[in-house]
Structures are given as C-alpha cells and as structure tokens.
Design a protein around this ligand. Structure first.
Ligand SMILES: *Cc1c(COP(=O)(O)O)cnc(C)c1O
Length: 348
C-alpha cells in the first residue's frame, strides 16, 4: 500500500503535506455518499465530524479546507477585537498564517520564547496582562502547538499541558491546540485523544499531513463554539458543497494511517543519523517525531538546499541557518537507502 515513489529520481523531503492518497484511499473516496454540506446534508462529512468529535470526547467538529483555516476560525470564535493571544514566537499561527490573527480576529499577540516551540506554564502566567489596567489588551487565549513545526517536531510533556490549563483556568483564559501533527505526538506518548479533549477548549488537527489525506483539517470543541466557526467558515468562503469524498479520505486516514506514523519517526531518526555521518550537518537537532532540523556546516541554509537539489534531494530552508527534512507516508525504507547512497562520501 505504501507505493515507493522516487518520482523522476527525486527524494522529496520538503514536507509531510506532500502525501498523496493511496489506491485504497481513492477507492474508499469514490464510494462515499455525497450531499450539500452547506445544507448540512453531506453524510460523509457528518460522519467524519462525528467520528473526530467522539474520538476526542468533545461535543462537535467542523471539517475545514486547511489547518490555517481551522486555527483562524478558532481564534476568531474565541476572541473579541482587541484581545490578546499568547503563543510561542515560532508558532504557525503567528509566523505562517499571513498575519491572520490581526486580519481575521483583530487581536494582538504576546510572544513567548519557548523551548523548541513549547511554552512553559510559568511563561504563560508571566504573559497575562492585568485585566484592570486599561492600557493593556485583554489576555484571552493561549495557543499551543503539538508537535511543534519550526520547533522541529518536539512534543509537550502532558504534565506541562495540564499545568498550563490550570493557569488558564485561574485566569479565565481559553486554551487552543494547534494539533496539525497531534497524532505524531500521540504516537509517542501514553495519552489518548480523549486526554487532549479534556484539557483543551478547541483542537485543530490536520488530515493532510502525516495522516495522508489530500486535503483537510478538523476543528473540534463545544457545540456552541463549532456553530460559531461554521458561520465564520461560510463568511470566509469556506462553506463547501459535496465535500464527502474528501471527508472519506479523512475517515480512511484515521482508520488506517495512525499506526504508520511511528514508521515515519523511525525513518526520520535514520535520516538524522545519515546527516550526522555525512559531514554536511554542523548540528542535527534532537529528533522526536517526523521532522529533522539541521544547521548545515560551512554554508547557509539556501546554499545547502541548492547543494541537496543537485543530488535530487529536496528539503526546506527556514531562514538563514535552519534546514528542515520531513518524512511521510510515501517515503519508504528504500528511499532512505537511496538517500544514504547519495549522502555518503560527500562530506565537505
Ligand atoms: C501545516 C501546519 C498548519 C496548517 O497548515 P495548512 O497548510 O494550512 O493546512 C498549522 N499548524 C502547524 C503547526 C502546521 O505545521
């Protein structure tokens, strides 16, 4: 089922968004019953939303186009204009969503310097503004990322999440999780989706990354919150009609692909080892899940990416110093072997 793909001899490790549907997934998608989801009449979308809500023990869910959309809908639904959102400096909601917090929710941001994208309970506490001081925006929402993207696939210790929740409860703050890669974290830790559902007010998960759907993300929370996000999704032009085939891909992914994430993590560690031995990397950051972050030796990130491209290996530069490689469903053991062949004897 995991067809090896070195397409045109290229090993593409830029992102786990590059997953393509397997044949089995396509067959399942083609059989999905359809209806108009703006009328709430697509049975497959309804089934996906029910499935995810139940998995996390939460009241309701909404199927969205992208993780960006589900994060943005959540932030907008949780806040009022002028409120402040607390998050890590490197978080996706701040760096990679087009300034959406300002545009969509009209909110300001309090940035925390976390550890590989993870913020600590005391940092959250210290970031809360005094609600009776009229100079300061009202701290409303804390947003965590798990696993972290720019932080290199690191995941939280669940005890820290519980402590952050406590700080939120004591200060009347809402807690959102950007769980684009939450199942990668869940694969490596004892907690279940329901544990996360108990702690967070809302969770956004991506079906289109490691889980292998072509498109889609789901936002989960209380029914009244989901009703609000549904309204905002329509306003943004994200109300979709016969979306059931895409929802079916999500159902298939949740039923079949979660156990495969650990394989991606194993291969990521192999890539890390190969990069260490190759002499190309000055530093390989600790690898927790499917993301490998390195700093190249003797060159900047852009030049390193170009050097790799000459070997038909694709990776992504993050700023001047960092380079990211990501494993996913279509990266097989034979791709890793081939990656190794291309990297050995190349130390500079
Ligand atoms: C990929 C990603 C998203 C959502 O990205 P889309 O491309 O909009 O689906 C959100 N948060 C994190 C941490 C991500 O890595």
């Amino acid at each position: 089922m995991k067809q090896g793909k070195i397409k045109n001899n290229i090993i593409d490790l830029r992102s786990d968004t590059l997953t393509t549907p397997t044949e089995e997934m396509v067959l399942f998608m083609n059989k999905a019953p359809l209806g108009d989801d703006v009328y709430k009449e697509d049975p497959t979308v309804a089934l996906l939303e029910k499935k995810v809500a139940e998995m996390f023990g939460m009241e309701a869910a909404l199927f969205c186009v992208s993780g960006t959309m589900s994060n943005q809908l959540a932030i907008k639904a949780h806040t009022s204009p002028g409120d402040e959102v607390i998050c890590d400096r490197s978080s996706h909601i701040y760096l990679y969503e087009g300034g959406g917090i300002a545009v969509n929710a009209l909110c300001s941001v309090k940035l925390i310097d976390g550890d590989s994208g993870r913020i600590a309970p005391h940092q959250v506490k210290e970031s809360i503004n005094n609600p009776s001081d009229v100079h300061q925006p009202i701290s409303r929402l804390v947003s965590l990322e798990n696993t972290t993207n720019r932080g290199g696939g690191a995941f939280y210790d669940f005890e820290d999440i519980r402590k952050i929740k406590k700080v939120c409860e004591e200060n009347g703050l809402i807690l959102h999780l950007d769980g684009a890669r939450l199942f990668n974290a869940i694969s490596e830790t004892p907690q279940s989706p329901k544990d996360y559902g108990e702690v967070f007010d809302s969770i956004s998960i991506c079906l289109s990354k490691g889980l292998g759907s072509p498109i889609g993300s789901v936002i989960i929370g209380k029914r009244s919150f989901i009703d609000k996000t549904r309204r905002f999704r329509k306003l943004m032009g994200g109300g979709w009609r016969q979306a059931g085939s895409l929802a079916a891909a999500g159902i298939y992914a949740l039923d079949h692909h979660i156990p495969l994430l650990k394989e991606d993590h194993r291969r990521a560690k192999q890539i890390g080892e190969i990069l260490k031995k190759s002499g190309y990397a000055e530093e390989v950051m600790p690898i927790s899940t499917n993301i490998i972050m390195i700093t190249p030796r003797n060159c900047n990130a852009i030049d390193f990416v170009a050097k790799m491209k000459d070997k038909n290996i694709l990776c992504t530069a993050f700023g001047d110093r960092l380079v990211r490689f990501v494993t996913y469903l279509q990266i097989t053991d034979s791709d890793i072997e081939e990656f190794k062949r291309r990297m050995v004897g190349c130390s500079s």
